[in-house]
Design a protein. Structure first.
Length: 189
């Protein structure tokens, strides 16, 4: 069995350059708080408030760098809390999804779409994928041996020479298994 490190993904938002400027001011550049597991990606020092039909989250962390389109990633529990029913999707596939209002220190943005529950996935560097016989978009079974061990089905393999090996699950999945960032999962198939 091949081992892969777990990264637990709490609620966060990816912003477009246009939305960064609307929320923080013209020409604003996100400040790096800490680097993330994927090369070139970082948790920004900045946060925004997110308002849904039935609730609000303050201090939602922005992940950088800027993207071509704004996307909020939340768990099912988060979605219920703010009154949304977003689909489970791969990052970047936001057509037909619900929207929210974002509030920053310089303004606000009302999105008509862009909220997803991120599909569980593993980032593979092309070398790791080739070594293990994994193809891009392949669906995998993965075992997490946390306090409440479980097997996750339908984990999407995402393969690129720009990725570092890392499995991303959300807080609901991590809590269900009693797992945390840095724990190890095993690819079963």
């Amino acid at each position: 069995m091949n081992q892969v490190p777990i990264g637990v993904s709490a609620r966060h938002i990816h912003l477009s350059e246009q939305h960064i400027e609307q929320l923080f001011g013209e020409g604003y550049q996100l400040q790096v708080l800490k680097d993330l597991s994927q090369p070139g990606q970082f948790a920004a020092a900045e946060t925004v408030a997110v308002i849904g039909p039935k609730g609000r989250f303050d201090k939602v962390r922005i992940l950088g760098p800027a993207r071509s389109q704004t996307q909020l990633e939340i768990s099912r529990t988060d979605a219920f809390t703010i009154g949304l029913n977003p689909p489970v999707r791969e990052s970047g596939h936001i057509e037909g999804t619900p929207g929210v209002t974002l509030i920053g220190p310089a303004g606000e943005v009302t999105m008509d779409h862009g909220v997803i529950v991120a599909a569980r996935h593993i980032h593979f560097h092309t070398d790791d994928a080739a070594k293990w016989g994994i193809m891009d978009k392949q669906l995998l079974s993965v075992k997490i041996n946390g306090e409440r061990a479980l097997i996750l089905e339908g984990v999407i393999a995402r393969v690129s020479d720009q990725y570092a090996l890392d499995m991303h699950i959300d807080t609901d999945e991590a809590n269900a298994a009693g797992a945390k960032t840095g724990d190890i999962a095993w690819i079963l198939s």
